[in-house]
Design a protein around this ligand. Structure first.
Ligand SMILES: Nc1ncnc2c1ncn2[C@@H]1O[C@H](COP(=O)(O)OP(=O)(O)OP(=O)(O)O)[C@@H](O)[C@H]1O
Ligand SMILES: [Mg+2]
Length: 321
């Protein structure tokens, strides 16, 4: 079983509006509503890939009830802590004529200390029967940025594999608590190391992976628009790999990083090789860009795309440069 943690679960509404212009009245030509939040997206991908998963986190009010009901309709198991305030609704507006996406995220609910404590207990309970726990996305308003980090420390005794997809201060704290793996995107990794990558230079990626691992995680992935860079355990050492996939015109880019992480962990859960896991991860990310709804993938298409992913082992002398 894999547990996904979504402390800011939401209802994500996607509106397709051709020729969107601020200040004008528009009609949608298509629209969709799905429960979301990064951990929920990861759970959706895992479910579609046939991996047993339970989504946990916070949910509240009528929107919270809707999140749970919609997950049930997707046959995604969930076990959330019910909170007093209402879960949020996020709106994404996609203009198909130019591919531009505008997002409006509501301010999320406030969570009390007592609710956080209830969650901690629930998570420890769920994790005791799980192989992996995935923390993904932002924290609720007014919750301490150390929360993922604190929970990860609590989980250490269980021996469960812990993955984190977050950014900024939350990622810093989480990384320091020693999770198994972190998977920021390029911008998040740049923020963490404190400089922008100048292009496709392997040296910069190797440095960034080193800086990420230096904070505390055993392994690190950085997603890139054309694939990823990975520092993964190999025997007693660390192997560094660059994965690439041909660019595809994206229909809905949101959630590709969530599908990527789900793909990687799904392959690991099944005991497949790291090379396979990287191919599968990048293929999940790429396929998800072709579908409306964050985390939606087609397993047959993912298998086909996996064969198109090229892997390159980065040389130790490059690493030393
Ligand atoms: N247009 C595309 N064509 C092919 N692959 C893509 C495309 N866009 C994204 N991907 C793949 O999806 C994976 C994740 O991408 P990205 O770095 O954009 O995630 P992200 O920024 O974390 O996204 P989000 O946070 O919205 O989930 C990468 O491995 C990348 O190769
Ligand atoms: Mg991401």
């Amino acid at each position: 079983m894999i547990i996904t943690v979504t402390l800011n679960a939401a209802i994500d509404k996607t509106l397709i509006v051709p020729n969107f212009q601020p200040g004008r009245r528009h009609r949608t030509v298509e629209q969709g509503t799905l429960p979301g939040g990064k951990g929920v997206n990861v759970a959706r991908t895992l479910k579609r890939l046939g991996i047993p998963v339970i989504a946990t986190g916070f949910q509240g009010g009528p929107t919270g009830t809707r999140i749970v009901e919609a997950l049930t309709a997707e046959q995604v198991l969930s076990d959330f802590v019910r909170i007093r305030e209402e879960s949020r609704t996020n709106t994404a507006l996609l203009d198909p004529t130019n591919g531009i996406q505008t997002e409006i995220n509501e301010r999320g609910p406030q969570v009390s200390e007592q609710e956080v404590e209830l969650f901690r207990e629930k998570l420890l309970y769920l994790a005791s029967g799980a192989a992996m726990v995935i923390f993904a996305g932002s924290l609720p308003r007014a919750v301490d940025a150390t929360l993922y980090g604190d929970l990860i420390r609590d989980l250490r005794q269980t021996g469960v594999t812990v993955a984190v997809d977050a950014d900024g201060e939350v990622l810093q704290h989480a990384a320091r608590s020693g999770p198994t793996i972190v998977s920021p995107n390029r911008r998040e990794a740049e923020e963490l190391v404190g400089y922008e990558f100048s292009g496709d230079a392997d040296v910069e990626l190797i440095d960034a992976l080193g800086a990420l691992r230096g904070l505390g995680p055993q392994e690190a992935l950085i997603t890139l628009p054309d694939g990823c860079a990975a520092a993964l355990r190999e025997g007693n050492g660390i192997g560094i790999t660059r994965a690439r996939i041909p660019h595809r015109e994206a229909l809905a880019p949101i959630g590709s990083g969530d599908a990527f992480l789900a793909g990687f962990l799904a392959a690991r859960y099944q005991g497949r090789s790291d090379a396979d896991a990287l191919r599968y991860a990048v293929a999940c990310g790429a396929d998800s860009t072709q579908r409306l709804g964050a985390g939606v993938v087609d397993p047959d298409e993912v298998a086909r795309l996996s064969d198109m992913v090229e892997l390159m082992q980065l040389e130790p002398d490059v690493a030393a440069a």
